[in-house]
Structure formats: structure tokens, C-alpha cells
Design a protein around this ligand. Structure first.
Ligand SMILES: [Zn+2]
Ligand SMILES: [Zn+2]
Length: 132
């Protein structure tokens, strides 16, 4: 058990120290360099647990494999449709989108007739990045 919690901590430290929204495989290759016994299956299991617990963010953009973010504060993302990379839109979300107001207005409207609770807003923009 001890080994698994250590691996989980190492994954969390790695993810929180980078801003490129790595895939499970990206994390696996980085973690293998410091913990040779870390298996891809364990990386997937830890990622699933951590995202289910709300400690990390799982990003499903629709382009390429799922990616992960150690920053769970609301912030906007941009996905490159060519390479599948996900970029942070630093400050953009706060500046342009009043999430609280949007949710309040939505909850009063006919559009929310089937919605019980709203507890998360995700903003994803799509296009092509400068590396592509
Ligand atoms: Zn790209
Ligand atoms: Zn992010």
C-alpha cells in the first residue's frame, strides 16, 4: 500500500509542476525516469482516482487522448485540432466570462429545465497552435 501512495504523490507532484496538460503516457515516461517500477497501468489508475476525487482535472477535448491538469482552479483552455495539445488561456476566463452570472441567468431560464445542479464551467476554444 505504501508504495502506491508514494507513486500517487509522485504523480501529483509531477503533474502540478508542469503546464502542458500531459497525457497518461507523457506522465508515465516522466515518472519512469525517477521510479522505474511505475507501470502505465498504475499511472492510469492513479489518474482515474485523482480526477474522480476532484484533485486533478481530466480534459477530454475530442482531439487525441485525454489530458490531465494539476491546476483545478477555473481557467480557460485552447485545443489545437492538429496536434491535440491543450494550452492554458491565462487570465482569459476571469477577464471575459462571468461564470457566476452566466449560471444564475441560466438557472432562471427555460434552457435549464432539465438541470438540477451546475457545479462546474469549462471553457474550451479550438483552432491551430503556432507549432503546427
Ligand atoms: Zn498544434
Ligand atoms: Zn490548464
Amino acid at each position: 500500500m505504501k508504495k502506491y501512495s508514494r507513486q500517487r504523490e509522485a504523480l501529483l507532484t509531477e503533474l502540478r509542476g508542469r503546464y502542458d496538460h500531459p497525457t497518461a503516457e507523457d506522465l508515465y515516461f516522466s515518472l519512469r525516469a525517477i521510479m522505474p517500477n511505475y507501470s502505465l497501468g498504475t499511472v492510469y489508475r492513479n489518474l482515474a482516482d485523482l480526477s474522480a476525487e476532484g484533485i486533478i482535472l481530466k480534459i477530454t477535448s475530442g482531439y487525441g487522448p485525454e489530458r490531465y491538469d494539476g491546476n483545478i482552479k477555473p481557467h480557460g483552455h485552447f485545443t489545437c485540432k492538429k496536434c491535440g495539445k491543450v494550452y492554458d488561456l491565462a487570465g482569459f476566463y476571469e477577464k471575459h466570462i462571468d461564470g457566476q452570472k452566466m449560471v444564475e441567468e441560466l438557472q432562471k431560464s427555460e434552457a435549464a429545465k432539465d438541470i438540477s445542479t451546475i457545479n462546474e464551467i469549462r471553457i474550451m476554444l479550438y483552432g491551430t497552435c503556432k507549432n503546427c
